[in-house]
Design a protein around this ligand. Structure first.
Ligand code: NAD
Length: 459
């Protein structure tokens, strides 16, 4: 049987070894899920809601242990791991509160029992694959498996190989809460296990991860009539206008860029500053980043941890090298930290432009470029000069100016005086290479269903 080694990114040591899946076990798990799905769909919604409400209670009960597991395998600073566990609760609450209404059968015309009645019901898709990223495994996982299960689907859940222990914890708690073992089936392993899952005749694929993998998944499903959602990367910009309180703006934006060690899909990855505020903003921003405490992710006060994946160190080094070669200046950091473990110094660059990878390609680490712009029009042009479009924001005291700018930005989410923010009540989606489809909001409940049209004529 294949094995998966879980490596602690802060120490480089193996923290656990898990039995992993192979193509044969994936096929068997698919068969189990397929057989179990109709019975799960027949369970009354009220009961499925009660089971997921129990799951929520169990997450609260075990939160500290779950946070420690997350810190061990992902290197997420423990305070931020606790925040992720806390943050998943309002998402579950949203689904518990909204699913019955979102999935109600609607009569859209005619009277009940009248000569011609028309209704829409929401049917589960069937067996869905949930292939997930490691950076926020509780968030990106629960955005899919909670509403998918509530809607009556069976879920084949493949957490990232870098968050496999969290995946096992999620399965343990769902089973304890009362989800049947064959209605939620976790898979253990990396890309090959994901590929084996895609080879099964699933009814939907819900993916969160990189653009490169998303495109491979789209190619693997080409020619198959399967619902596909891809939540991919970003190169999210912020524009700072000259009228802001620079200290306040710098504090919010530095947090948006460096929280989770910069490993968020919606991390701030590029900052444009009106030239009249540029020097003041840069000074405040650097002061803010210098305050971030880097070190052992198990300590409460640690803000910057290791990178979860060692190969990303090379990506960041290459981005800094490319930028410096083309004229950028490193104001802070710029290189690896001392090992063992995957450490990179928080890095701030100025003198950057759009010929540089650091302003074009996702960094997914603690690296940021700050660039002066002449006016709002140039800021909008640069914000849109990207193949991505996940989030974008503006900092200004002037709401009218902010809304005018944000209306012109191609992006799934837009922010005024905030950033790196997700709300369960709003759809989470991307434009361009940031993906197709969405999670969260009531649309993110309906997406796990197929509308069925009822034409009922009384005899
Ligand atoms: P990744 O693409 O390397 O892996 C994601 C998942 O896909 C993992 O479970 C992996 O095992 C699996 N996988 C890899 N190759 C596969 C294949 N050929 N077929 C099927 N499955 C395969 O991404 P990652 O490093 O885990 O995550 C980081 C990326 O995710 C970043 O780009 C980040 O921006 C993005 N992300 C996006 C969102 C969003 O909501 N848009 C949220 C979190 C992360």
């Amino acid at each position: 049987m294949p094995k998966l080694a879980v490596v602690n990114p802060a120490t480089g040591k193996v923290a656990a070894t898990l039995p992993a899946d192979d193509a044969k076990s994936v096929a068997a798990k698919y068969q189990r899920a397929r057989a179990a799905q109709p019975a799960w769909a027949r369970v009354r919604l009220k009961e499925r809601l009660a089971v997921l409400a129990h799951f929520r209670e169990l997450v609260v009960r075990d939160a500290e242990r779950l946070a420690e597991v997350l810190t061990t395998e992902v290197g997420k600073p423990i305070t931020q791991a606790r925040n992720e566990l806390k943050g998943v609760l309002p998402r579950i609450d949203f689904f518990l509160e909204e699913t019955a209404h979102a999935l109600r059968t609607e009569r859209v015309s005619g009277e009940r029992g009248g000569p011609m009645e028309e209704r829409i019901s929401h049917e589960p898709l069937g067996v869905v694959a949930n292939i997930s990223a490691w950076n926020y495994p509780w968030f990106v996982g629960s955005n899919v498996f909670v509403p998918a299960l509530l809607a009556g689907n069976a879920v084949l859940y493949k957490p990232s190989e870098f968050a496999a222990l969290t995946g096992a914890e999620i399965a343990r708690l769902l089973y304890e809460a009362g989800v049947p073992q064959d209605a939620f089936v976790p898979l253990v392993g990396g890309g090959a296990v994901g590929e084996a899952l895609l080879a099964q005749p699933v009814d939907g694929v819900f993916f969160t991860g990189s653009v490169a993998t998303g495109k491979k998944i789209a190619a693997a499903l080409a020619g198959r009539l399967v619902k596909l959602q891809l939540e991919l990367g970003g190169k999210d910009p912020i524009y700072v206008c000259e009228d802001v309180d620079v200290s306040q703006a710098a504090a919010g934006i530095a947090d948006g860029a460096f929280y989770n060690t910069g490993q968020s899909c919606c991390s701030v990855e590029r900052v444009y500053v009106h030239h009249a505020a540029f020097d003041r903003f840069v000074e405040a921003f650097v002061a803010e980043v210098k305050r971030f405490r880097r070190g052992d992710p198990r300590e409460d006060a640690t803000y910057i941890g290791p990178l979860t994946r060692a190969p990303q160190l090379k990506v960041l080094e290459a981005q800094v090298k490319d930028a410096v070669k083309k004229g950028a200046r490193v104001l802070l950091g710029g290189k690896r930290g001392k090992g063992p473990g995957n450490w990179f110094e928080p890095t701030v660059l100025v003198g950057v432009d759009h010929t540089m990878d650091v302003m074009r390609e996702e960094s997914f680490g603690p690296v940021i470029g700050l660039m002066a712009v002449a006016d709002d029009a140039e800021a909008v042009r640069l914000m849109n000069d990207t193949r991505y479009g996940l989030t974008a924001g503006v900092y200004t005291r002037d709401r009218t100016r902010a809304e005018k700018i944000l209306a012109q930005v191609r992006s799934g989410s837009v922010y005024w005086n905030c950033c790196d923010r997700v709300s369960p009540r709003l759809p989470w989606s991307g434009v361009g290479d940031s993906g197709v489809g969405l999670t969260l909001s009531t649309y993110g409940i309906e997406t796990f269903t197929r509308p069925k049209a009822w034409h009922l004529r009384s005899a």
